[in-house]
Write a protein that binds this ligand. Sequence first.
Ligand SMILES: [Zn+2]
Length: 381
Amino acid sequence: MSTEQLIENTKELVAIPSTAQDPAALHQALGFVASMIWEARPDVTIERFISNDKPSLLAYREGQRPANFDLILNGHLDVVPGNPEQFTAVEKDGRLYGRGVYDMKAACVALTNVFCEYVNKVPYPLGLQIVTDEESAGKDGTLYQIQQGVRSDFVICGESGRSTNTYEIANEAKGIVLARIAFGGVAAHSAYPWKGDNAALKAVQFIQRLHDCYPTPEEETDQTVAGVTAIISDSGAHSKVPDHATVTFIARNAVGDANFVDEQTFINFIKTLAPEAQITEISEFGMPIYSNPRNPKLQALKAAAERTEGKPFKLVQRHGTGDGRFYANIGSEACEFGIAGEHAHGDGEYITIEAFDNYLTTMRNFFDTSIRGSADDRADP
Ligand SMILES: [Zn+2]
């Protein structure tokens, strides 16, 4: 499909207000992408998934789902809420404005199109995974599909993050760990505090020790950042020492941090800070997204982007995470490579038409190389 047609498709998709608050629109947006696939490639298999009313799909070459894909292209169609006018995409001065154009409906359209062009040509199992819940945790989309047995050696997430005039692929993104930690104490009359044991104080001491390990960085850092987003302790009366406190913990964990190798090392770390801490909930344990710079597919993607745009591309780390973390948790490599734009989640969200075109060219280049590579292998005696 031409860039112009694909831009029209993106505009139609933007007009579907697929926020988490509108389940019908999530289904409609996914249906739109499924129709794009059917029209271009009636022979491919489209598997539909649904979890907690969040639909997602996985498309691949006709037949049974492979036990393991070599490559999955991953994208999400859900968007954060926007102003009503943002749901009408507008082209102006070489830019396409609209809610979700950058994060990440245009990339979904582009990835769907190149998937259809190449799924039957590439010499390996290629999957297209489109979900509708990335902005609301991703557990019913990408994670749900992984729980249903979907596996891939490598994943390219078309996630936003690349600004205009930057030339980069994120081969790393910090993970995310969310936990609730409780401290018990002994209630007493506040006039006789020696008779009690103040739980609020234990929580504060814990936070101080955590802060000693992970001080607030003074500038941007590629290291783990960790802290708390809530401290709750209320005895209910000014005359009572509290016997309970809870702390909401969050970390953005970097690759190689020994405190976040797995849930057990995290629990051990918390216990070294405060042996009496009770970890009552780990609601999220996301490993950092990572691809080895020597991963041949990552290298091929980088080379394709460089050929397309005529600039050296850097491999970079993102501070926030995305659905790629679910692949990181099962030991697969993933990267984020999206269409250059600005203002994800903001009022002036846009991509440039040139960036959209470059993205298509890069992805086609990338797949052409793998086809040529396999032809060369066969020619090799
Ligand atoms: Zn996104």
